[in-house]
Write a protein that binds this ligand. Sequence first.
Ligand SMILES: [Zn+2]
Length: 148
Amino acid sequence: MLRWKDILRYAKYSNPEPPRRVEKTAAEWWAQLTPAQYEVLREQATEPPYRNAYCRNYEPGVYACAGCGSLLFDATAKYHAISGWPSFTQPVAKNAIWYGFDDSHYLQRIEARCNVCEGHLGHVFPDGPAPSGLRYCLNSASLVRLGG
Ligand SMILES: [Zn+2]
């Protein structure tokens, strides 16, 4: 199980090796993604709180990257964080997510990206529930839920 110290270590030194890599040009991503997906995944946009697809969705299933289809989160790790965005305590695998420091907006945050295509997902915070203590606060537009 990943904990905050692991996330800091990944962001500071090096991320785990992804199972594969998907690299495309901006034009190729633009052709493949919806405008909302492109803004979040490729331009680090943040969608409005509550008015997004998975904020209140607690159906079983798994969540894949909307860019490359890599499996990222299981619905069993999803919880109600009262943040307005879908929130998870743990990814499906240690090497599913890329972590990096994000100092934009005068905040010091840890950015979470898909480790396979480097698509922006959201941020990770150390105020999640036990036992991991992690809160992955993600944009619905970066995810696709596959039914369970
Ligand atoms: Zn991806």
